[in-house]
Design a protein. Structure first.
Lengths: 388, 315
């Protein structure tokens, strides 16, 4: 054993020496004469698999259309996507693989909160830019790291926006809040309450549910007793649909304004057009029926490469990351480096992807949009009433 | 040098030489091997020697990880103190979990340990002020003698050293009075107790020691990963530990090491199969249990028996 211990000590000394050696200056990782290698980690086998797959298809369709049109300054984009099963342990492994073995140039359009947060220190240490880490965390939506660029708002900002919309546009005096009792819903509720406080309004009633609930009738009755003009919904599609159905059953017709998830076509399938009639929806991505050239273009690109995927929240979200990174790489010119990409991303300023509200990045702000759109359900279709 | 010591020396030499030329990603995978192998050692003691089943080891792993992270980040204590704290906290909970194990066996014990792991995961998730809850907790890189180890290359050797230490402890534990008593209890609790071996004491020792090992592994894992969140410590983690221990071999330290290699390398090898990887993983598991019930380490025994030698795993 003495000998083996000595071997270990020798190796340990060698290890410390090697770790202390400065990194040799090499060509920019992931960029060759005719190719740019980008990466992503998505929970393709998990509860979020459906969304992750759509996000992947949205971004991939866009990259393929760019490649077909000649690529970025003569280089074709290759996008390596790894599954992390929404497990931070696997994310760490696949990100180290992408960065250290495959040598990707940058990360684009990832999905998952804790999984992305877990690898931020590593990406910062390696200086790898990450554009559009979709999730709900301050470090992703309001990043302070130089290499991180978020394109989603904080959940609390959506809550604030819904409260302001209720008061300013819908002229509500009495407001109730129905929310999911976890971080996703509570952040929206807290944002709404804070915004109402600045307008000297206190909610007349609040009630919540947990995602495993299959019945929200008690909550609907409780909120009805508060006699609100407007109900704010910080919900996921299923429970938003259940609530709308329950209100209809009670013959109760308050105005409702809900999170972007209430724009999901699945809500319409669940409860039908009648229960949804008149409900307002916050928009942080485009809806497929929007009459805008960028949205039509996005639908055409997705339809060409993934004809079975319906345009919507996740495909647009994935595609938005692709649109932004391609634009910044084009502007960086043929001598592409990570430092140049970061400079160009910061230099995008007020930039419209068309499928998400505009971003406003600068050297001091890498966060998501601060403006939202609103739409209203009318006869089973979404009517955009306020653009961004 | 006796043949057994020569084998150990060669294995250690190979382990020490492995990282050279592998690059950063390879260092990370090898560091994971060591961390998993430590859990393998812990199941070696609990299941291999004590005959007690656990599908709740992710709970001990989580306790070790969070305890170390909190000791290092909130109390500002050194890395190695954090690792020790991780082991001790998990060990104490191990002794607690042993209490129901005194009353229930087999499937019922499996359910009890599963319940424990779910409880730990939920507790860590809800106790936001302490553990970061849903947001998680950042953990600094490991540091020794005031120097932070930025590369996993150096950290691998720290992990290798700790693994060897734990393997040496497990080896001596197997040969000790307590270890022998545990094995006697596993073979026949009634016969052992008739010989004056108290079952409660030994079951508690087995659980506490096993949980201590797992806690140390969890603590070291936290510093490797750099960020903790409860998603990592799910039922899937407990089950992968159990399958790793069975595939490596439950009754020897070498089996624990092979299990560690299996758990860390299988996803790397299978990744190329894309969507089919889980199917192939499942088939491999079935084949292994069918044809190598003693685990991968029994390949060595098969070769040795061909040569007319005693199997390695026998104490």
């Amino acid at each position: 054993m003495t000998q083996s211990r000595r071997t270990v000590l020798t190796m340990l000394a060698a290890g410390v020496g090697a770790a202390a050696m400065p990194r040799l200056a090499l060509a920019e990782p992931g960029v060759t004469k005719d190719k740019i290698l980008l990466g992503s980690f998505l929970p393709l086998q998990s509860g979020l698999a459906a969304g992750a797959t759509q996000m992947k298809e949205g971004c991939d369709a866009y990259f393929r259309s760019v490649n077909e049109a000649g690529g970025v300054n003569g280089r074709k984009i290759e996008w390596l996507v790894e599954n992390d099963s929404y497990n931070p342990q696997q994310t760490a492994a696949v990100v180290k693989k992408l960065v250290d073995r495959d040598e990707v140039f940058a990360m684009v359009s990832t999905l998952g909160t804790v999984t992305a947060v877990a690898v931020l220190p590593f990406l910062a240490q390696r200086g790898v830019p990450i554009v559009n880490p979709a999730g709900g965390h301050k470090l992703l939506n309001k990043p302070t790291d130089k290499n991180v660029f978020g394109i989603l708002p904080m959940s609390s900002e959506i809550g604030e926006s819904m409260a302001q919309f209720a008061v300013n546009t819908l002229k509500a005096k009495r407001i109730a809040i129905f929310f999911q009792n976890d971080q996703f819903g509570k952040d929206q509720r807290d944002g709404a309450v804070a915004a109402l406080k600045t307008l000297n309004i206190t909610p007349v009633a609040e009630s919540s549910y947990v995602p495993s609930d299959v019945d929200v009738s008690a909550q609907a009755v409780a909120l009805k007793q508060g006699n609100p003009d407007v109900v704010i919904l910080g919900v996921i599609p299923k429970h938003g649909a259940l609530f709308a159905k329950e209100a209809q059953r009670l013959g109760w017709k308050p105005k409702m304004v809900g999170h972007n998830t209430m724009a999901d076509p699945v809500v319409l399938e669940l409860v039908g057009a009648e229960a949804l009639e008149g409900i307002y929806v916050n928009l942080m991505t485009a809806v497929s029926t929007m009459d805008k050239p960028a949205v039509k273009q996005a639908n055409a690109v997705l339809g060409k490469y993934y004809p079975n995927t319906k345009p919507g929240y996740y495909p647009y979200l994935g595609m938005a990351g692709g649109i932004i990174v391609v634009e910044a790489m084009k502007r960086a010119g043929s001598d592409l480096t990570r430092a140049k990409l970061i400079t160009e991303l910061e230099g995008l300023g007020h930039f419209e992807t068309g499928v998400l509200p505009p971003i406003d990045w600068s050297a001091s702000y890498h966060g998501g949009p601060r403006t939202f759109g609103y739409a209203q359900w009318k006869n089973g279709t979404l009517d955009v009433i306020q653009g961004w | 040098m006796p043949p057994r010591k020569l084998v150990i020396f060669l294995v250690v030499a190979v382990l020490a030489a492995l990282p050279f030329g592998l690059g950063n990603y390879g260092y990370y995978i090898l560091a994971s091997v060591m961390i998993y192998a430590m859990v393998g050692l812990s199941l070696n003691i609990l299941i291999g020697m004590g005959g007690q089943i656990s599908i709740g080891h992710a709970g001990f792993w989580a306790l070790g990880a969070y305890a170390s992270a909190i000791v290092v980040t909130k109390a500002g204590l050194p890395f190695l103190v954090g690792v020790l704290a991780g082991g001790v906290v998990a060990g104490l909970f191990g002794a607690l979990v042993a209490l129901p194990a005194l009353r229930v066996q087999g499937h019922y014990l499996a359910i009890a340990t599963l319940g424990f792991a779910l409880f730990v995961q939920q507790m860590l998730f809800e106790w936001e002020s302490f553990t970061g809850g849903r947001q998680g907790l950042f953990v600094p890189r490991p540091s020794l003698f005031g120097t932070e180890m930025q590369s996993d290359f150096g950290y691998y050797y720290v992990l290798l050293a700790i693994f060897l230490l734990l393997a040496w402890i497990a080896h001596n534990f197997a040969k000790s009075h307590t270890g022998r008593s545990l094995m006697a209890l596993r073979m026949s609790a009634v016969a052992a107790e008739c010989c004056g071996i108290p079952r409660p004491k030994h079951v508690i020792i087995a659980f506490a020691t096993s949980a201590f090992f797992t806690g140390v592994s969890g603590a070291l894992f936290a510093h490797l990963l750099g960020h903790l969140s409860t998603e990592t410590f799910s039922l899937a983690a407990s089950l992968s530990f159990l399958s790793m221990a069975v595939i490596g071999g439950l009754h020897s330290r070498g089996g624990a090491l092979l299990g560690g290699f299996y758990l860390a390398l299988a996803p790397e090898v299978l990744r190329e199969f894309k969507d089919a990887q889980m199917v192939i993983y499942g088939v491999l598991l079935i084949l292994c249990v069918q044809f190598l019930p003693g685990g991968l380490i029994s390949i060595v025994d098969v070769v040795r028996s061909r040569l007319g030698r005693k199997p390695l795993g026998t104490p």
